[in-house]
Design a protein around this ligand. Structure first.
Ligand code: SF4
Ligand code: SF4
Length: 199
């Protein structure tokens, strides 16, 4: 096994560990989570940070896809690259090229940001980042104070829910830190928006 393969192997062990944790977090927050197959708002109009190892793992998964899906993905990539070329401002956002008919064509191989999105994220400043889809009546919408952009204790208590809305340390920076690299013996490598890996 060469170095790249070994790196991907250890990364996949980390993914298994991380997914176990995330499943528990999502379960604990289930009254507030509206994620379901076919909901793909979070796969659109974003940047999707991906590290080198995440991207290599994704590509590895794509080899097993049927040729018509691979063709569609290639077309999507070309379309986004063209849009990017024509884009004049900063922070180019796009629909993920792996999204086909509002489903992830590489679900088992998706990156870290795709797995963690949907929970309330505790950030470095001690604030909580609520997933944007609450605005669409989705995750945490029933307990968000839209004016203050905070979880409303009043709304939460009125629901008489046993499960408290909680924020988790699931930011991309934390989930892809050096500490993780040391513990699981692999390197994330360079990090950049997903589309930039296709240059
Ligand atoms: S995080 Fe929000 S937008 Fe994404 S799948 Fe879940 S409910 Fe839909
Ligand atoms: S890789 Fe899959 S889950 Fe992640 S943004 Fe793309 S379509 Fe969505």
């Amino acid at each position: 096994m060469n170095e790249v393969e070994n790196n991907i192997k250890n990364y996949s062990k980390y993914l298994e560990f991380l997914q176990g944790k995330l499943n528990k977090f999502f379960d604990a927050q289930s009254p507030y989570i509206a994620c379901k197959k076919g909901c793909a708002l979070c796969c659109k109009n974003a940047q999707f940070p991906y590290s080198e190892v995440e991207f290599n793992y994704l590509v590895q998964g794509s080899f097993a896809l049927p040729s018509d899906i691979q063709k569609k993905i290639d077309e999507n990539i070309q379309k986004v690259l063209k849009e990017k070329e024509l884009f004049k401002g900063e922070n180019f956002k796009y629909d993920c090229p792996f999204l086909i008919d509002d489903g992830c064509s590489l679900y088992l191989y998706r990156g870290i940001v795709c797995r963690a999105f949907g929970l309330i994220e505790a950030n470095d400043e001690g604030n909580a980042k609520i997933p944007f889809c609450h605005e669409k009546g989705l995750n945490y919408s029933q307990v968000v104070d839209e004016e203050k952009m905070l979880i409303s204790e009043e709304k939460y208590l009125a629901l008489s829910e046993v499960k408290q809305p909680l924020a988790y340390n699931v930011g991309y920076k934390f989930l892809t830190s050096e500490k993780i690299e040391k513990e699981f013996e692999f390197k994330f490598g360079e990090k950049k928006p997903l589309i930039e890996w296709f240059y």
